[in-house]
Design a binder for this molecule. Sequence first.
Ligand SMILES: Cc1cc2nc3c(=O)[nH]c(=O)nc-3n(C[C@H](O)[C@H](O)[C@H](O)COP(=O)(O)OP(=O)(O)OC[C@H]3O[C@@H](n4cnc5c(N)ncnc54)[C@H](O)[C@@H]3O)c2cc1C
Length: 567
Amino acid sequence: WLDEYDFIIVGGGPAGLTVANRLSELPHITVALIEAGGDASTNPNVTSVDGFTTALGTSIDWQYTSTNQSHAAGQTIAYHSGKALGGTTTINGMTYVRAEKSQIDSWGEIGNPGWSWDDLFPYYLKSEDFTYPTSAQLSSGVSYVPDDHGESGPLKVGYPYGLLNGSFHTIVEDTWEALDLPHNEDVNGGSVRGFTIWQSTLDMVANIREDAARAYYHPIQGRPNLHIFLNTSANRIVWKKMGGLATAAGVEITSSNGTVSVLNCSREVILSAGSLRSPAILELSGVENPSILEKYGIEVKVDLPSVGENLQDQPNLSFVYSTNSTFNGSIVYVAYGAMSDFFSSWNSSNLNTTSYAEIVAAANNNTVSAESLEYLFNIQLNLLKSGVPNAETVMETSLNLGLGPSGFLLSAFWLLMPFSRGSVHINSADPEAYPSINPNFFLVDFDLDVQIAIAKWTRKFWGTESMKSLITAEISPGYDILPQNATDYQWATWVKTAVTANSHPLGTCAMMPKELGGVVDEKLKVYGTANVRVVDASVMPFQVSGHLSSTVYAIAEKAADMIKETL
Ligand SMILES: Cc1cc2nc3c(=O)[nH]c(=O)nc-3n(C[C@H](O)[C@H](O)[C@H](O)COP(=O)(O)OP(=O)(O)OC[C@H]3O[C@@H](n4cnc5c(N)ncnc54)[C@H](O)[C@@H]3O)c2cc1C
């Protein structure tokens, strides 16, 4: 390797690989990328376009576990996260759904100049290589708006070949329409509400999953100025001894053979280790709350207590039904509902953001103040009032069974914008030790109310005459556990005990003014440092209606341009 690189990127997920690709377009710039996992490009659990979940729990999944969830029956919850070149896009559900326009606009509103939908939309397009649907896919119900898609980016987006044909799509669409949820021609134009068939990150020609390595690394892997260090862990940032802003000199790494060494950099360190690890690497490097670092004997370089706070993930549940039909094909149908679609007693004036902010501030020992949280929560509330979707209900024939005949129908569903906030913090000074992950599901009661309302909405859909005629039984949770006329207590008990993580963690290095609890500024630079940025899902200040990877790619494309401007 080189004595010194211009840039060192930690983490080879969608964010890290996008930045690596774009920076190494400049032949005079040298880039090192450190990835803890290996090459998974021929792993069938990765390549298969219909094998979502088969990679979970294998060696390319970090397999984290949350802390005990005191507001979710005390249980611990599995946290999956990709450990391979390509990051979590090697194991994810491949759904390609962007954020709602006003959600990205809110990033600017809280004090991040240069961040709005209009600023980000060109980068969504820049990253994308949309494949137009086949006539068979169109007749299976696919719809799209050409102007919402890019066609010359690295990331192939399309639809699976095995889409179910026949009348089921029309029946589902008509059922949602009867529930006042309209068809959405294309959820990727900034308006997410409605029922649609989603797009997926897949290469339709090769019929293979399009992960970040396949999109952003394979086509450029011969570049001599880009060095990828696989099976190598970044332990901590190494600092230069100088006054003023903390200045990174390089990154301490552990190679696959256990050797510890330092990679040097002349310009910047870019953390792209994802929402669950980038804050931990900052803490191990001395950028954190002094009271946490003291416990582990880590010298404080930058006093920045908000590192690792603001964790937001979505609580996920599902209903599974047996049917009297056999489904030969996949359905990737989704319904996005605003509060007024699914919450009959929705009255925004009943929301007490002052109290939610106090609850969250108390849970984080006032590391992020109640005042800041209330300001942020009021912006979040305004998004809900304006009709931004807050519920996602996905309809599928089965998970994990490929395209083969399935006699099941299921819905996974989740609350999109929780008010609860959790945290990710180190447990030890040992960089190999897993951080402590606490999504704090249902810390704010309102989140539980909303999740129950979404569950009822989803069951109402499956309980309509048209769906009922296809279903023989609800096999999970089933009416013995959750009767059709369940009481509020039964609903709450089921939701708290059956909840899992939706695997959309973000916010742990939030892009916000420091006084609001931010970790990075609008240039994604870590406060108090001269040359450390975070570029990954952790910088998103609020949850989005949609799935994260499309927005992660867009953020990273924008970040690469911001960095290039400084060269
Ligand atoms: C089960 C599951 C299903 C999902 N489904 C979808 C979906 O259908 N659609 C969607 O859009 N999103 C989905 N997501 C979320 C999406 O994949 C992630 O939000 C996205 O990949 C985050 O990108 P990232 O670059 O921030 O981090 P990651 O993709 O997690 O990449 C981080 C990389 O950093 C590496 N790393 C971490 N620590 C170190 C270290 N110390 N040293 C070196 N390397 C390190 C990791 O190994 C990893 O490769 C899903 C997530 C999961 C877990």
